[in-house]
Design a protein around this ligand. Structure first.
Ligand SMILES: NC(=O)c1ccc[n+]([C@@H]2O[C@H](COP(=O)([O-])OP(=O)(O)OC[C@H]3O[C@@H](n4cnc5c(N)ncnc54)[C@H](O)[C@@H]3O)[C@@H](O)[C@H]2O)c1
Length: 312
């Protein structure tokens, strides 16, 4: 089924966002609609999607990125920009279903890059990767350091990062027109409740215990979702190459829970859980995105306070 935008603005760029109904990129979709651009979203309404944002202000194409036909569908839209964000994003699901995760994510990446390769007027394609592709880290990882993904999810995303390099290096039409971002853990409104901060928020309302993987010792960096559209926009406009996205604020999940308890004044119940092969620490060097001129509007504290005071 299609939802058609009312009119195409001839003097405004067209941006096509795969996964544009998901947690992070629904905010990016709305950002570009507000900016006055023509927005086309390719999203198959699967896990993590927010169909409630479909309001006629952008065009929605309900298509699966893993199916070959999608390449033609994207080319027909003649976008000036593409953001490829659609993916299976649940690490635990990827551990239960590695074949499905690899097949869907990797095919989706190939199809996004193939569409870009066949769009001679494309200004830029952005591939959305993740800090998890660096694997377990001893120090904040720079963008030019080795990838060592260790979960099916992270490997499926790293495959896209490697393919992006191959496409950009091999096809002159794509040279200088491919960007990549590697965000840390993002939290905020519309996040699927399988993810840690959304789970904590849900638990505050339901009392349902939060499964604490590997004693809550996993160290992650966290960024409020409302900081993402400006980072994405800056990289699309001025970026060159790969950018880690984060503010360098990290904590263990156990510390995070204590922080939320102190903000909300409520006790959060937890239950022990085990994630096979879990990386204990992800951290990235974010100096490149800051040097490009990105200033996040929300600090970690401000984001956390806003998120935990918003209604469900
Ligand atoms: N959430 C995070 O903390 C985080 C951190 C770093 C990177 N990322 C990356 O950012 C992107 C978005 O993450 P998110 O957490 O917002 O995801 P999400 O799970 O909330 O949303 C994913 C969206 O993509 C759609 N989708 C999934 N597979 C599809 C397919 N094959 N064809 C068409 N649509 C499909 C879903 O319907 C959904 O709307 C992903 O690429 C993810 O790897 C996320």
């Amino acid at each position: 089924m299609f939802w058609w935008r009312k009119e195409v603005k001839k003097d405004a760029p067209t941006i096509l966002i795969t996964g544009g109904l998901g947690f992070i990129f629904s905010h990016v979709t709305e950002y570009y609609v507000k900016k006055g651009w023509n927005v086309v979203v390719v999203d198959n309404l699967s896990e993590g999607s927010n169909p409630q944002i479909i309001d006629g202000s952008f065009k929605h194409i309900n298509a699966h990125m893993a199916q070959l036909e999608v390449v033609e569908r994207i080319i027909r839209e003649e976008p000036d920009y593409i953001i490829h964000a659609a993916a299976i994003t649940d690490v635990d699901y990827s551990i239960r279903e590695p074949r499905r995760t690899f097949e869907k994510n990797i095919r989706g990446e190939i199809h996004a890059f193939e569409a870009a390769r066949n769009l001679s007027k494309l200004k830029k394609i952005m591939y959305v990767s993740t800090d998890e592709i660096y694997g377990e880290c001893e120090h904040p990882m720079r963008e030019d350091e080795m990838l060592a993904p260790r979960s099916p999810y992270a490997s499926s995303k790293a495959a896209g990062s490697l393919m992006r390099t191959a496409y950009e290096n091999t096809y002159p039409t794509l040279s200088g027109r491919m960007a990549e971002i590697r965000p840390c853990n993002i939290f905020g409104p519309r996040q699927d409740s399988a993810k840690i901060l959304a789970r904590i928020k849900k638990s505050l309302h339901t009392g349902e215990p939060v499964p604490l993987h590997n004693d809550g010792l996993g160290y992650r960096e966290f960024l409020y979702v409302k900081n993402m559209p400006s980072a994405v926009d800056l990289v699309l406009e001025k970026g060159d190459g790969i950018y880690n996205i984060g503010v360098g604020h990290g904590s263990t999940v156990a510390e995070l829970i204590r922080k939320v308890e102190s903000i909300t004044g409520k006790k959060i119940s937890t239950t022990p859980s085990h994630r096979s092969g879990m990386d204990l620490k992800y951290q990235t060097d974010t100096s490149r995105i800051h040097a490009l001129g990105w200033t996040p509007a929300y600090s970690f504290e401000e984001g956390l306070r806003e998120y935990f005071t918003l209604p469900e």
